[in-house]
Ligand binder design. Structure first.
Ligand SMILES: Nc1nc2c(c(=O)[nH]1)N[C@H]1C(S)=C(S)[C@@H](COP(=O)(O)O)O[C@H]1N2
Ligand SMILES: [Mo]
Length: 314
């Protein structure tokens, strides 16, 4: 399969972003549906109107360039620049999210309807990857709790299971004969974690719909947990009774637990979790920052884990 890497693309082929956006708008408007087949199947990079949120940090956001070019999305390869280079092949429109399991009102949401019917907020969150780097990302999304309430979970629902799309023909990274992960990517939360006001489903960043490499058209964001809990390009959300399987836990159970709360006091078996490198803070001598319990959100979330041994439930 032929994949064009950034180094293969001549600078003359790169269209400035403003020109590109205007051209797309013009094509969508003037040429309309006749041209639709020739356009990539993706949600246009559309502006999103969102209310400011009191849950936002006032730390300086990481640049849009870094947020959209330094990514983990193994369905498109394991390199940090693979998702930005290769995730364009994911067709994000049409897109549906199936919500099923132990709920009174199972539903299948079309992404455009879901966005339109949700109260969008801008949430500027600190994000911490288990690999030891962090970013500050201005997400646009809505509380996961809003979606939970719409489907009316039954009393027996204790956990929420999430699943990413599995489309080998659109995802070069899942075609390997030695798969890195057992696809599709799956994640899970306890129901009370899913309902916590800090937990959002993000549909955008920097005021626009999500770039594919960041998990378009909809992904989970749980700012007090390591980044791998933030499952991308979600197609299914199921309410279940038992703790669901999670991709990284299946891959290396000693290294990645179900809870995955950011914890500077519990090291990864192969490296310390005490400090982090903030992406964009360049220079050889820039000091790593101390990592904070629950990624700095302890005041809001520590009570969820009262009485639990966080060394055991890592
Ligand atoms: N489906 C899927 N979701 C995923 C991943 C992945 O490989 N596949 N990587 C996770 C990891 S390890 C991180 S750190 C975050 C990165 O999100 P970002 O690229 O938007 O910063 O996505 C998470 N969600
Ligand atoms: Mo990560």
């Amino acid at each position: 399969m032929l994949i064009r890497r950034p180094s293969d693309i001549a600078p003359s082929e790169i269209t400035p972003r403003e020109v590109y956006l205007n051209r797309r708008q013009w094509m969508a408007g003037a040429a309309g549906l006749a041209l639709a087949g020739a356009l990539p199947f993706r949600l246009e990079a559309a502006p999103l109107t969102a209310a400011k949120s009191a849950f936002s940090t006032d730390e300086k956001p990481t640049s849009r360039e870094d947020v959209t070019s330094y990514n983990n999305f193994y369905e498109f390869g394991t390199g940090k620049d693979d998702p930005a280079a290769r995730a364009k092949s994911l067709k994000t429109s049409p897109w549906t999210v199936k919500v099923d399991g132990l709920v009174g009102k199972p539903a299948e949401f079309g992404i455009e309807d879901l966005i339109k019917s949700s109260a969008l907020e801008e949430r500027i969150y600190r994000m911490r990857c288990v690999e030891g780097w962090s970013m500050v990302i201005p997400w646009v999304g809505f509380p996961m709790a809003d979606l939970v309430k719409r489907v009316e979970p039954l009393g027996s629902a204790k956990y929420v299971a999430f699943e990413t799309a599995y489309r080998p023909e659109e995802m070069p990274g899942v075609q390997s004969v030695f798969p890195v992960l057992d696809w599709p990517y799956v994640e899970g939360l306890r129901l009370d974690e899913a309902m916590h006001p800090l937990t959002i489903l993000a549909v955008g960043l920097y005021g626009e719909t999500l770039p594919n490499q960041n998990g378009a058209p909809i992904r989970l964001v749980v700012p007090w947990k390591y980044g791998f809990k933030g499952i991308k390009s979600i197609t299914r959300i199921s309410f279940v009774e038992k703790q669901p399987e999670t991709s990284w836990n299946k891959q290396a159970p000693d290294e990645y637990g179900f809870y995955a709360n950011v914890n500077p006091n519990v090291d990864h078996p192969r490296w310390s979790q005490a400090t982090e490198r903030r992406i964009g803070e360049g220079g050889l001598f820039v000091k790593r920052r101390p990592t904070l319990p629950f990624n700095g959100y302890a005041d809001q979330v520590a009570s969820l884990y009262a009485g639990m041994d966080l060394r055991k439930f890592y």
